[in-house]
Each structure stands twice: as C-alpha cells, then as structure tokens.
Design a protein around this ligand. Structure first.
Ligand SMILES: Cc1cc2nc3c(=O)[nH]c(=O)nc-3n(C[C@H](O)[C@H](O)[C@H](O)COP(=O)(O)OP(=O)(O)OC[C@H]3O[C@@H](n4cnc5c(N)ncnc54)[C@H](O)[C@@H]3O)c2cc1C
Length: 271
C-alpha cells in the first residue's frame, strides 16, 4: 500500500517524461485521433486528441510536433510545434490551442478541417520549458504570456495548483485586445479559489476590463516591480511570439537585473 502511495506521490509531484515508448513507425511519431474541438476566443481554438497507442506522458510546459503527411502547398512545410495546453491530470487527452485565421496557412486550414475521430501524427513530448517542483517550491514564480503564449502556462498553472506546493504564481498576461484573453474565465476562477495565483492582465490595444488587476500598455519593468514582491527570490517564465519574448526578456534581465539562470523562455516561432 505504501509503495502505491509513493508511486502516486511521485507522479503528482514529479511528472515523468516517457518519450516515444511505442515507436509506431520507427521514428517516434504516434497516431492520435481528434476528440473535441472548442472555440476559445474569436480566431483561437483548442483541439483535444487521444492517443491511439500508448498514452503520452508529459511535463506541464512541454510541446509536441504535429504533422500532416498529405499536406501540399504550405511554404512552412507539413509540421508545426504546439505547446500542450492541457494538464497531465486531465486524463488521456493532449490539448493544443492555436489561432485559426481565415487568412491562415494551409496547415491551419487542414487542422481546422479535421473531423472527430480523424487521425493526426504527433511526436513528443519535447522541451524543457517546464514546471519543476524543485524550482517552484518556496518561490515567487512569474509567468509572462504574450497572447497565444498563455498555452503552456494553462498546463503549468492547472497542474501546479493541484499540488500542495508552497509557491506564489504571478501571471502577467498581455493581449492586443481586452476581449482576447484566452482561458480567461478559467484562469479567473482558479485565482478566485486559490490564493497562490495572482493575475495581472494588460491590453496593448482596447482596454481590458472586468478584474481589479487590469492595465493598459505593454508589460514593462514598473508593471512587474509594482506587483511582485521579493524579486530576488523570483523565477521567470516568458512565452509568446519571438519579438515579444525578446523584448520582455530584455526588460527582465536589464530593467530588473534578473540573472539568466532564473529565466526560462519559449518562443513561438512562426508568429
Ligand atoms: C516550442 C514552440 C511551441 C509553440 N506553441 C504554440 C502554441 O501553443 N500555439 C500556437 O498557436 N502556436 C505555437 N507555436 C507556433 C506554431 O508552431 C506556428 O508556427 C504558429 O502557430 C503559426 O502557424 P502557421 O505558420 O500555420 O501560420 P498561421 O497561424 O496560419 O498564421 C500566422 C500569422 O500569419 C498571418 N497569416 C498567415 N497566412 C497569411 C496570409 N496568407 N495572408 C495574410 N496573413 C497571413 C495570420 O493572420 C497570423 O497572424 C509554437 C512554436 C514553437 C517553436
């Protein structure tokens, strides 16, 4: 009995990476079937897939690579990287969340056209932009998302709040419009029920509204220092389109004087 508890505790506090335990075609690609599709805001949708082989175990924050074998005419090729937006505790599903714009690429049009139970090829999980209990415990964790860069943070936050870890998460979330905060209702609910999560929204366009922590303009040094106590003991994660990530990482390093080894970044190449 004790062994079982230890195993469960280990899974809960230290998710294990088991990459490609079933090498379907000798290259690590696995077949997944689309199970649900959901519009989050405007042109952003989530797609939930279930493995047709062994389940995929991942650490919150990791990403997968998706491929459409038969895709033609996309200048950027048949593959895209997507952070996993679901938490490992959401069962057998792997969720990704992305923009599907009417002016979008052939890849996105193909993704949006697939039907429930249709297959896609997925490789992964990969990446070290991850939740790590040894980093998070007894710390301020500052998560900074530029727009779609919220995706790995949804996974990390949902997972982290399900543990008994002693951390304090400050989520800074910027969007072009106050109406475009993906996962906003869900994140607000998590913050309302768990004091370890505090959220700071900012909109670079139309003003955000609805919570006390809304601001206008870019995420800058002042915005962070006003809201994060004990910066010296804080660990930073920054995610989003490359231009935004570079700008914010520069601010955190030069403006706030945070050492490189206390910053993790994930750049969504392609935006
Ligand atoms: C580690 C990693 C993780 C990532 N995670 C995610 C993730 O979780 N979610 C995510 O969405 N992306 C993620 N990305 C980026 C992803 O891989 C794609 O590069 C990105 O979604 C853009 O996809 P796309 O090239 O199909 O272009 P699209 O999404 O179709 O378009 C990108 C932009 O170009 C514009 N555009 C495209 N085609 C046209 C056109 N013909 N005319 C005018 N405008 C056009 C669109 O309006 C849009 O603004 C990640 C990348 C990396 C490296």
């Amino acid at each position: 009995m004790e062994k079982t508890y230890l195993t469960i505790a280990k899974i809960i506090f230290e998710p294990v990476i088991m990459v490609n335990d079933s090498m379907a075609d000798g290259t690590g690609w696995k077949r997944f079937a689309l199970k649900t599709k959901k519009t989050e805001v405007d042109t952003v949708k989530s797609f939930y897939f279930e493995s047709k082989e062994s389940p995929m175990y991942f650490v919150p924050g990791q990403h997968v690579i998706m491929r459409f074998h038969d895709l033609e005419g996309d200048q950027r090729g048949k593959m895209r990287h997507f952070s996993i937006s679901t938490s490992p505790l959401e069962g057998k599903y792997i969720g990704i969340t992305t923009t599907v714009d009417p002016n979008g690429s052939p890849f996105k049009k193909k993704l949006d056209s697939i039907k429930v139970d249709e297959d896609v090829d997925i490789l992964g999980p990969v990446g070290n932009f991850t939740f790590e209990s040894k980093i998070w415990n007894d710390r301020n964790i500052v998560l900074i998302a530029g727009g779609i860069g919220i995706t790995p943070f949804r996974s990390m936050i949902r997972y982290a709040l399900s543990t008994s870890g002693n951390f304090r998460i400050h989520l800074f979330y910027s969007s072009k419009s106050g109406k475009e905060f993906i996962f906003r209702d869900e994140i607000d609910k998590m913050a309302a029920t768990d004091k370890r999560l505090r959220i700071f929204y900012t909109s670079t366009g139309e003003t955000a509204s609805g919570t006390p922590n809304t601001h206008s303009g870019r995420i800058d040094a002042d915005f962070i220092t006003t809201n994060v106590e004990d910066l010296v003991n804080s660990f930073f994660y920054i995610c989003g389109p490359p231009r935004i990530v570079e700008e914010i990482a520069g601010t955190v390093r030069s403006g706030l004087g945070v050492e490189k080894d206390r910053i993790k970044i994930e750049q969504f190449l392609g935006y």
